[in-house]
Ligand binder design. Structure first.
Ligand code: MG
Length: 162
């Protein structure tokens, strides 16, 4: 069955010393990490919003408010799994996910395959259905000066079979 719905997600987190950097559920060695109520995983947040958007569901901020103590320091993999369950509940399942991570440093090339595998595992997809690309900010703006990490994601859904 073909793709029926597509959704886009975007997220940005401020980078700050003394925080962990987790992207796509993979810990990244870095002198600064993402500030945020949860673990600050911009990749999982963008993918979660892309899935929710494609299904026409409320967004990540509505489902998992940052005022809710339950989500303080939360593993964003859990948020993604919950969102995926809501997507399935609405009668859809993911077909593929494509991701662009915007980060000046460290370079993500050594981590991309692991991020891809971890995203595929969380989404219940084959690795060939998940793609992760990394872009720097060319020294410009919040990304380029290392003040932030961001992620853009697109997800496609089809009607669930069975
Ligand atoms: Mg976020």
């Amino acid at each position: 069955m073909g793709v029926e719905r597509v959704g886009i997600g975007y997220d940005l987190h401020r980078l700050t010393p003394g925080r962990r950097l987790v992207l796509g559920h993979v810990p990244i060695d870095s002198d600064r990490g993402a500030q945020g109520h949860s673990d600050g995983d911009a990749v999982l947040h963008a993918v979660t919003d892309a899935l929710l958007g494609a299904a026409g569901l409320p967004d990540i901020g509505q489902l998992f408010p940052d005022t809710d103590p339950e989500f303080e320091g939360a593993d964003s993999g859990v948020l993604l799994e919950r969102a995926l369950a809501a997507v399935r509940q609405s009668g859809y399942e993911p077909v593929n996910v494509d991701v662009v991570v915007h980060l000046e440093r460290p370079r993500l090339a050594p981590h991309k395959e692991q991020m891809r595998a971890e995203l595929a595992r969380l989404l219940g997809l084959g690795a060939e259905c998940v793609n992760v690309k990394a872009k720097t900010g060319e020294g410009l703006g919040a990304i380029g000066t290392g003040q932030a990490v961001a992620c853009t994601a697109v997800a496609a859904l089809r009607r669930k079979t069975g």
